[in-house]
Every structure is written in C-alpha cells, then in structure tokens.
Design a protein around this ligand. Sequence first.
Ligand SMILES: NC(=O)c1ccc[n+]([C@@H]2O[C@H](COP(=O)([O-])OP(=O)(O)OC[C@H]3O[C@@H](n4cnc5c(N)ncnc54)[C@H](O)[C@@H]3O)[C@@H](O)[C@H]2O)c1
Length: 321
Amino acid sequence: VSSAILVTGAAGFIGSHVIDVLLQRGERVVGVDNLSRGTLEGLSTACNHERFRFVQADLSERSSFQVLESSGPYHEVWHLAANSDILAGTKDPSVDHRDTFLTTFNTLLFMRQTGVRNLVFASTSAVYGNMDKLLTEDIGPLFPISSYGAMKLASEASISAAVESFLEHAWILRFPNVIGPRATHGIIYDLLGKLAARPAAMEVLGDGKQQKPYLHVAELVEAMFFIRDKSNAALNYYNIGPADTGVTVRSIAEAVIRCAAPDVPIHYTGGAKGWTGDVPKFAYSVEKLRSLGWSAKLSSAQAVERAVAEIHAEFTASCKS
Ligand SMILES: NC(=O)c1ccc[n+]([C@@H]2O[C@H](COP(=O)([O-])OP(=O)(O)OC[C@H]3O[C@@H](n4cnc5c(N)ncnc54)[C@H](O)[C@@H]3O)[C@@H](O)[C@H]2O)c1
C-alpha cells in the first residue's frame, strides 16, 4: 500500500475541502474525525473515492491511534481537529484542552512513534489575543484572551519542540475568519440559523462594530497548499488572510438580510465584544505570505457576499430535504 496523508478533523468545514484537494493531487488520504461537530455530508465526494478512507475516532484518547496505524503508513499529517466553538470553550475550558490541545499532543506522540515527519497545523489569529497593533508573525509576547486561543498557542509550542526533536518540517498556518460552503459554525451560519428559528427579527451579538478579516475557504485552502509547497524551513509559520483590514459585523448582518430576508429588522445586543473571549478588532499582516508569492484575490467584503449566498443555498436545500 502506498503511503498516505492523514487529515484530522476530516469531516469538518475546512478539513473536507482540504481532502478534496489532496485527492485531486493524487494522494492517498485517511481522514479521521469523531463527528462531534463535523458530519459525513461534506465528505460525500471523497467517500466515493478509492484513495480515501474515513476513520471515526476520538483523538483526545491515545488508544484511538491504534486504529489509525493499521490504515497507514503515513508520510504527512494535516492536523485540523479542534474545538471550533470558541464560546463552548469559554463556558468550559476543558473542551479546548481536550479537543484542541490533547488532539495535537497525541497526534505528535503518534508521529514520533511511527516516524511521520511532516505536519501542517491549523492555527488561528486567536493566539495573538487582543493587540492594538498590526499582527505580524513575529510580534510578542502572545497573550490569548480565549481558552481556544490559549490551547492553539500551547499546540504551536508543542509543535516547535517536536521540530527540535523529531519532525523534519512543520507548517503552522494562522487562519483568519474562514467562510464558505459546508460551514459548521461561524457568523454567517449562526445568523442564518437564528433567522430560520425566529424569522421576525435577527439578533446580532455585540454592537455590530467588531471588524475582522474574512477569507473564503477556497482561497484559504489554496494558500495552505501554496505555503506547504513553497516554504521549506524546519518550522514555517504564516498568517493567512485577505489583503484588507476586514469588514464589520454590521455589514455581514446586512448582507445576510439582503440575501435571506429583506425587510427583517436587525437587533444588536450591544457592547463592543460579541462575547467573552471575542477579539473585537484585529488587523492581520499578510506581508510574509505576499513575499512568498500568494495573495488573496477576494476582499473580505467579496468573500462575505459569496459565502452568504453559498451558505444560504445550503440552508434552503436542507430545509426542503
Ligand atoms: N473556520 C475558521 O474560521 C477557523 C479560523 C481559525 C482556525 N481554524 C481552525 O481550523 C481547523 C478546522 O476548523 P473548521 O472551521 O473546519 O471547524 P470544524 O469544527 O468544522 O472542524 C473541526 C473538526 O474536528 C473534529 N474534532 C473535534 N474534536 C475532535 C476529537 N477529539 N477527535 C477527533 N475529531 C475531533 C470535529 O468533529 C470537526 O469535524 C480547526 O483546527 C480550527 O481551530 C478555523
């Protein structure tokens, strides 16, 4: 059997898109997920592919890796499994410890034991905390304000130590807000869900002035592969984002209303932060990635417009089925 790439968080929003591209590139792929947040729906194309195999397992348990070993050998891991629900981690930080940190720690142990030496890791702007400066990759000290960000930063630290001792290459990729089809969470998904449940008015957390960069998942995945292919240091770390400083929550709420429910009023709950642990505003430097040769083509506003239409179409289809 030829060597495979292991993708964790395979049934999730971004994982499913990564797998589609890996299969297009001719790789053999093993996808693992405990299906706590992801669903097999997004993997419907992959599941028909002879070079793809899905394993349901909880990676916070060390014993789960025995099952994965029999589907190997592997030459690379793309580690995307995590708790993606920041609010859930604020309410109970053990969720982030288990699904974000322990899954990373156990994945590294597995790679060490089985001699897999290349790791691509999905990190986040949340590692930077609430900084009033342009976020360049080398800024510090890093003090995250969410348990999610804390466990991602701890994961980055463990990966750095692994590079010193047994990994040949690691690519730490810090994502912005990612949007697009197959979303399992995120602002557009949440707003459309709220509208479906209560169509008379749409509630938005915060005052609507939070401003962040948004990247379409198709462009995110393109950038991930670009960095994986072009950056060859032992430890590679990049912000991935659009070229602009982002759009406001208000403009996203208005895009959702325009597309899904014209004339429905928007109700803002008030306050600068949407919730505890929310970073209300950040500006990402993508200069390092631009120097490597990749830039996003869509602005945040264009990505939002496209994703609202795509996620709305998915909601409409699932209502009919
Ligand atoms: N979507 C974004 O805006 C965004 C931004 C920054 C970083 N990220 C990171 O990108 C990665 C993918 O995010 P996503 O948006 O696709 O989220 P997602 O929730 O759709 O995908 C994560 C997947 O991991 C799985 N998972 C969670 N705990 C697990 C465990 N213990 N064992 C096995 N599987 C487990 C979930 O079932 C889910 O399918 C995550 O690491 C996330 O933190 C996402």
